[in-house]
Design a binder for this molecule. Structure first.
Ligand code: KG4
Ligand code: ZN
Length: 342
């Protein structure tokens, strides 16, 4: 199964085999292209996918003998994501599928994030609770089986990664700020600033991060008017306090969901799943509750082609191939609409 991912700012291609597992996986990140704009510029993203996608496919399917390996099927991200970016991957995938007379399989990007942990040797069994935290999404999902998802809660405003990125900008860190903020937080004291934990004391599993971001902005402004800005130590303290507040909210809601639904396994997916503090706190929390937390390796937390190829393979196995040659691309696509049979 060839897998193609172009939903945002990563062009990614992988080859997965049901017999031998992952054969190839390549990611080209556009992060430098968008850095000077402080965020992803959709039109630039689409154009760069056009430049990079076919060469990456060539690399992924190049056999050791110089001959191309022809895939048996092609999976591609059909949504949700940036529509122009999605269309590049979708048209290339459907075009190659037609040329090679193999099926093209549209894949839901978030379902692929959920399945990424299953690529690991120590894979979780169904059912599990998934905490999906990326730049675009923050949600808690009850994953009963492949294709059987219930969204338990989600963010009412910013996604967790978005909150990391915006707060990093407030602290003067370069784009993309999430990992930079996390690195700065390591040097600070998480208890130094009192910041809100929005939604944590409310019932249910919804999340909210925009108030927290505003609270950080007020602290930065206060420091600017009182002392000409935050000193280096204070910036690290504020970063650390912010990270702790996000982690408290995510851990609190995830553990609550696992306990209420009665799941022993928690799977963390998406770019924020790379956060060291979040990993540590979830591990301790699940172990204390007699359960376990599972993570994809860091390169499979962020956008990648391996999770698309693998999810396409699962879907082909579950549903079989269709002769559908429609180019599927949807900017919005609710995960709860998926099933094992569609
Ligand atoms: O899953 P992903 O690669 O892309 C989306 O589909 O959104 O997630 C990217 C997000 C960014 O917001 C980035 O700042 C955040 O994940 N991120 C982190 C860390 N590494 C990446 N946030 C907090 N701590 C990290 N170590
Ligand atoms: Zn993603």
């Amino acid at each position: 199964m060839l897998g193609i991912e172009t939903s945002c700012d990563e062009t990614a291609v992988a080859v997965y085999s049901g017999q031998v597992g992952l054969i190839a996986h390549h990611v080209y990140s556009q992060v430098e292209l968008h850095a000077r704009y402080g965020g992803v510029v959709p039109e630039l993203a689409s154009r760069d996918h056009i430049r990079k996608l076919l060469p990456l496919v060539e690399t992924a399917i190049a056999g050791t003998d110089g001959q191309r390996v022809r895939p048996d099927a092609i999976a591609y991200t059909a949504g949700p994501g940036l529509i122009g970016a999605l269309l590049v991957g979708a048209t290339v995938a459907v075009g190659l599928a037609e040329a090679w007379a193999v099926p093209a399989i549209p894949v839901h990007h978030l379902e692929a994030h959920l399945m990424a942990a299953l690529l690991e040797d120590d894979a979780p069994e169904f059912p599990f609770i998934a905490l999906l935290v990326s730049g675009g999404h923050s949600m808690l999902i009850d994953v009963r089986d492949f294709g059987a998802y219930t969204i338990l809660g989600q963010t009412l405003d910013d996604a967790a990664g978005e909150a990391f990125d915006k707060t990093a900008k407030l602290l003067g860190l370069p784009y993309p700020g999430g990992p930079e903020l996390a690195a700065l937080a390591e040097r600070g004291d998480p208890a130094s600033y009192a910041l809100p934990r929005p939604m944590l004391n409310k019932p249910g599993y919804d999340l909210s991060f925009s108030g927290l971001k505003t609270a950080v902005m007020l602290k930065v402004r206060e420091a600017e008017s009182a002392a000409g800005g935050l000193g280096e130590a204070a910036r690290a303290d504020l970063a650390s306090s912010f990270q702790e507040a996000v982690v408290d909210s995510l851990v609190g809601k995830a553990l609550r969901a696992a306990r209420d639904i009665g799941r022993e396994r928690l799977v963390v997916a998406g770019g924020v799943g790379a956060n060291r503090r979040l990993r540590e706190r979830l591990r301790d929390g699940m172990e204390a509750a007699g359960g376990r937390v599972y993570y994809p390796r860091i390169e499979f937390c962020t956008d990648n082609g391996a999770m698309i190829a693998y999810t396409g393979w699962l879907r082909l196995r579950a549903v079989g191939a269709s002769q559908d040659t429609t180019v599927h691309a949807r900017a919005r696509w609710n995960l709860a609409e998926l099933s094992r049979i569609a």
